[in-house]
Design a protein around this ligand. Structure first.
Ligand SMILES: C[S@@+](CC[C@H](N)C(=O)[O-])C[C@H]1O[C@@H](n2cnc3c(N)ncnc32)[C@H](O)[C@@H]1O
Length: 346
């Protein structure tokens, strides 16, 4: 569905078992997998203060413990085949799936390296009041086999932990609005979690694979950290969300509006979002301006509508063009100049 050869990002829509079978063996440096949790079976949870059913979708329905384990073993074996000899795999899950994943990893001869406990600072309350609030997920980190010499960027993790060895408990908030602004996935992982995983266990230009890509979080985190990414997602809707997120990482539109007499900044504070120091989103370096358009909108005094618009280098040129148009006799309230600049990450 998406291929950016410049940044080596590919998003495929399809069944990961079929797509993994078409990938050559021993070519992937690191895998992050967030498989179905098999927990959408009619239970209840709390979302935004409301009681809702735990129904993430058909993809999350349990097939029974034996069939679930067979599925886990099949995709883990497919991942193991494409991993390089020293490559590692990270798998996240709740208790519904993670024990089967750990057992399948042992059955396949993988080397278990760590199990990370991802602690969510603001978990939804448990409405039944018969259990502890579910506030964690487990992420198992394993190497391809017992002979693997895995990558671990120890020093970087130590610096991130304030000069101490990083522990296996990571407190990271669930994704906020900014990360969901292009669409929602019911199981979306936070970018901060994926960025930490990628920084810990891979190097720039390494190839990172996500067989259950969902909204494309792994691909976005890879892009931000200079890794190549290959993401596979079964659902068209979610894969398309991943494409939108990837495109939003690679292109930005800068828009400025100035009134002819009075600055519009008084109404809408001006902010140059092309400046990475100011931009709230960490964009990749925006170095190349590929498109600039300067357009003038003439607003009528009587109707308060755009009565004429033209692309012109200066306001004087725009006025000259306006005087030639069919509505030049109408009184002009103001002229708004817009400048659009499109930058593409290089
Ligand atoms: C837990 S979600 C992943 C969420 C993802 N980590 C994110 O940040 O958005 C699991 C995803 O796997 C997808 N999926 C389920 N079975 C699949 C299969 N056989 N092949 C590819 N994708 C599959 C589902 O559609 C779902 O989007």
């Amino acid at each position: 569905m998406f291929h950016d050869p410049k940044h080596h990002i590919k998003i495929y829509q399809g069944d990961c078992l079929e797509i993994l079978a078409a990938i050559p063996e021993n070519c992937v440096d690191m895998i992050f997998a967030d498989p179905p949790y098999f927990l959408s079976n009619g239970g209840i949870t709390c979302h935004a203060g409301k009681m809702v059913s735990v129904n993430k979708g058909e993809w999350d329905r349990s097939l029974g413990p034996d069939a679930n384990h067979e599925f886990n073993r099949a995709w883990l074996a497919a991942c193991q085949r494409v991993l390089k000899p020293h490559g590692t795999i990270w798998v996240s899950g709740t208790s519904h799936v993670i024990h089967s994943v750990g057992f399948a990893m042992q059955q396949l001869g993988m080397k278990l390296l760590n199990d990370i406990t991802w602690v969510k600072p603001n978990p939804p309350p448990n409405l039944s009041c018969r259990y502890f609030t579910h506030a964690t997920e487990t992420i198992i980190w394993a190497a391809k086999n017992s002979k693997s010499k895995h990558t671990f960027n120890y020093q970087m993790m130590r610096e991130m932990a304030g000069g101490k060895q990083m522990k296996s408990t990571w407190q990271i908030a669930v994704p906020g609005r900014a990360e969901k602004r292009l669409g929602r996935h019911p199981a979306q992982k936070p970018l901060a979690l994926l960025e930490r995983i990628i920084m810990a266990a891979s190097n720039p230009r390494d190839l990172v694979l996500d067989p259950f890509a969902g909204s494309g979080t792994t691909a976005i985190a890879s892009l931000r950290n200079g890794r190549a990414a290959l993401a596979v997602e079964f659902s068209f809707e979610f894969a398309w969300l991943g494409v939108r997120r990837a495109v939003a990482e690679l292109a930005a539109v800068v828009f400025r509006a100035t009134g002819s007499a009075n600055s519009l900044d008084a109404v809408l504070p001006f902010m140059d979002r092309s400046d990475p120091q100011i931009s709230p989103n960490r964009m990749p370096p925006l170095t190349k301006l590929v498109q600039r358009e300067c357009r003038f909108y003439f607003i009528g005094s009587a109707c308060r509508e755009v009565i004429y618009s033209t692309e012109a280098p200066t306001l004087d040129d725009a006025w000259r063009a306006f005087h030639q148009c069919s509505r030049s006799s109408e009184s002009v309230f103001t002229v708004i100049k817009t400048e659009t600049e499109i930058y593409l990450a290089q």
